[in-house]
Write a protein that binds this ligand. Structure first.
Ligand SMILES: *Cc1c(COP(=O)(O)O)cnc(C)c1O
Length: 702
């Protein structure tokens, strides 16, 4: 039997070695890295892996509680605790440690903890199980102090973490658990399971006991559910069945839960995202009690909301629940004073001197860089200027020039009309240009050929909220030799965008939607640095000139992103944008995106829990990561219902023919508001007040 690997014990080593630096930041990264893992390494590779021992002594090494501001542990009331045990066992061998990116959210009804374990070549499975068991025992012993219901500790394990959870549950020395939800991994973990259990034919019980000192209880004492989707690839189904077969003998109350319409990642994702309906339902079944979603729960979500500070920086009328921030963002409280300062001081007193003294001249690029940070663009590639419509014209024309001989443009039939109109204008004025629409004329696959110069696609569909996989589409378009131009109108400030990371060529986006810069605030554009030499702005105005104030006769473009400016920037609007970007400055986008997804999930769940006779049909993707920060429902009487909602202060909007659209701006909205909006919707449906709203008045439905 192997000796246990000693733990480092001095505080300094612990602090320096307990480093979360290998944590993946976003769910997208997680899934991407996950997908990138191909074969499990051979046992030989395991032995040769150089992996430093990372974790400290038993009583503190595994518990990876949430950051202080959202730490629900220690609350007065005793709540169930969900402990996540991550997978990524094999990947961890080459130094990539996956962790559930769920640790930052507190919850009204349950506590969450992510648990880590030692990973090093010398560490045996027995050691790792010991890690997990010790951590759970510690939690169980400290339940009282931590506000945990000691009878309500449930495990959620993924892949290797699922096997570890099963090992602990089946262990007679482990504390009593309420239940577990397991998701099988993609790799064949049978060897791992066998090497711990060792209750196979080859070994006598005594031998097994010698190897696995905590021999399994004959029957575990809590319900264990292995979750598998019915639309999984075969390998996931096979692995889930294997997991079931391996553990069923030790877990009396084990079921294979087949989840309709879901696949591995839906489930993984649903179980990782605190507050997701799947997780809540799972916990309910694991701990055998209801997790309420009520007004109090919402209040407590809001108290734990890490964006509560930002939320308070926006102005909102008392009687309004604003679900239209995706069309026109809310007013930053600091904006009026900032605008007044620009008007009264910089304009009123500084007059023309302010171009230099107040650096009006530098604003379009300075603010462009600040927006760039929110959409994954390194500095020097983003500028704030003009409208999306005008910027699109500039970029598409320059793309046509960069792809001589190619004269086809592609966009989507469902794109925002202005984007289509601009391309139609180019088609009309530029000889030989032919515009094709995905949908009307075929699929993107069918339309992409060697005549295509550029493809313009809006990242998040303005009607349904469907969120494109920007990376895949970019790759596909570029593989066909065309330039990819993204419209980020409904993405910037709503979903995670990584323009540099996906190698996008160009992009445009709004500042008056999620970025809260106010009506008519200028748009932004992005041109990847590698195109700066080749790209030419067809609106060669003086602000794009190398030296505008030299007033030379001939146009000479600036040699940076400035060349995409045209005329004088709208300085007063830029002041409002600046006030907003001050709030956006510290925003951690992955966390914001998590809140956006959670709000959408919550809204869908609450609306779908209403009487089905009301007749709402979800028009947005159900899966949060394929949805932007908005949720649309179809209803034949959608317009009247939206009018009734607006009369009651719930402002969403309507898109013909039958779409009720609700935007969830995660920076400005509270969970309570989402909940209240659905209460009001229910009231309108129950009392049928929508039938009596004035049909002939506009009510501001846009
Ligand atoms: C809002 C929006 C626009 C608006 O463009 P402007 O010219 O700036 O008014 C363009 N495209 C999309 C996809 C939009 O959602």
């Amino acid at each position: 039997m192997k000796e246990n690997v000693p733990y480092p014990t001095d505080q300094e080593t612990l602090d320096s070695e307990y480093s979360p630096s290998q944590m993946v930041e976003s769910l997208d990264d997680y899934l991407e890295e996950y997908a990138a893992c191909s074969e499990p390494p051979s046992p030989g590779a395991f032995k040769n892996a150089r992996f430093e021992l990372k974790y400290g002594p038993h009583d503190r090494q595994f518990l990876d509680f949430f950051p202080a501001q959202s730490n629900g542990l220690g609350a007065q009331t005793r709540k169930p605790l969900v402990v996540f045990i991550h997978g990524g066992f094999w990947s961890a061998l080459d130094g990539t440690l996956f962790r559930f990116p769920a640790t930052y959210v507190n919850d009204a009804d349950v506590h969450y903890a992510a648990l880590t374990y030692r990973l090093a070549p010398e560490v045996t499975i027995t050691d790792i199980v010991e890690d997990v068991r010790t951590a759970i025992r510690w939690l169980s012993e400290h339940a009282q102090d931590l506000g945990i219901d000691p009878d309500g500790i449930a495990l959620v394990g993924h892949s290797a973490g699922a096997h570890l959870a099963a090992m602990v549950i089946a262990d007679e020395n482990a504390p009593q658990l309420a239940g577990a939800l397991l998701i099988s991994g993609v790799y064949d973990l049978e060897p791992m399971q066998k090497s711990y259990v060792n209750i196979d034919a080859k070994m006598s019980e005594a031998e097994a006991k010698a190897l696995s000192p905590n021999l399994l209880a004959p029957k575990a004492r809590c319900p264990v559910h292995i979750c598998v989707g019915d639309v999984e690839p075969e390998e996931f189904k096979r692995q889930s069945q294997l997991m079931y077969d391996a553990w069923q003998p030790y877990c009396q109350d084990m079921t294979l839960q087949v989840m309709g319409g879901k696949n591995h990642f839906d489930i993984l994702y649903g179980l990782m995202l605190p507050g997701s309906s799947l997780l809540l339902r799972a916990i309910e079944s694991a701990v055998g009690r209801k997790c309420v979603t009520d007004h109090d729960a919402m209040r407590s979500y809001d108290e734990a909301d890490m964006f509560a500070r930002e939320r308070a920086m926006f102005q909102m009328p008392e009687d309004v629940i604003y679900l239209d921030g995706n069309s026109l963002g809310a007013l930053p409280k600091a904006a009026p004073a900032r605008v007044a300062q620009v008007v009264e001081k910089e304009w009123g007193e500084g007059l023309i001197r302010s171009w230099g003294d107040a650096d009006w001249y530098g604003k379009p690029l300075e603010l462009g860089d600040r927006i760039g940070r929110l959409v994954g663009a390194a500095s020097g590639q983003t500028a704030v200027t003009d409208s999306i419509s005008v910027n699109l014209f500039k970029l598409v024309c320059s793309a046509l020039e960069m792809r001589p001989g190619r004269r086809t443009l592609i966009t989507e039939e469902n794109n925002f009309p202005s984007d289509i109109y601009v391309l139609q204008g180019i088609e009309r004025f530029w000889p030989g240009v032919d515009l094709k629409l995905v949908g009307r004329d075929g699929t993107l696959d069918e339309l992409l050929d060697d005549t295509v110069a550029a493809v313009v696609i809006t990242g998040v569909d303005f009607k349904t909220g469907a969120n494109h996989n920007m990376s895949k589409v970019t790759e596909q378009v570029q593989a066909a030799g065309a330039l990819m131009i993204w419209d980020l109108a409904h993405s910037a400030g709503a979903v995670q965008v990584d323009l540099d990371g996906i190698g996008a060529d160009m992009a445009v986006g709004c500042t008056y939607k999620y970025l809260n810069a106010g009506p008519g605030a200028p748009a932004f554009l992005y041109v990847a640095e590698r195109h700066h030499a080749a790209a030419q702005n067809p609106i060669s105005g003086w602000f794009g000139h190398k030296d505008p104030f030299a007033f030379s006769t001939d146009y000479e473009p600036a040699d940076n992103i400035r060349q995409f400016l045209a005329g004088t920037p709208p300085i007063v609007s830029l002041a409002a944008l600046e006030a907003s970007l001050d709030i956006w400055e510290g925003v951690h986008m992955p966390s914001l995106r998590a809140k956006s997804m959670r709000m959408g999930d919550l809204f869908i769940e609450l609306v779908e829990a209403l009487d089905p006779a009301y007749g709402f049909k979800l028009a947005s993707p159900r899966r949060a990561d394929t949805r932007g920060s908005q949720v649309s429902f179809r209803h034949p009487d959608g317009l009247a219902i939206m009018r009734a909602l607006i009369e009651r202060g719930v402002i969403g909007d309507f898109r013909a023919p039958d779409i009720l659209r609700f935007g969830f701006t995660p920076l400005t909205l509270s969970y309570t508001e989402v909940w209240q909006a659905v209460q009001i919707l229910e009231d309108i449906m129950k009392n049928e007040t929508w039938r009596t709203v004035q049909q002939d008045r506009g009510h501001g439905v846009t």
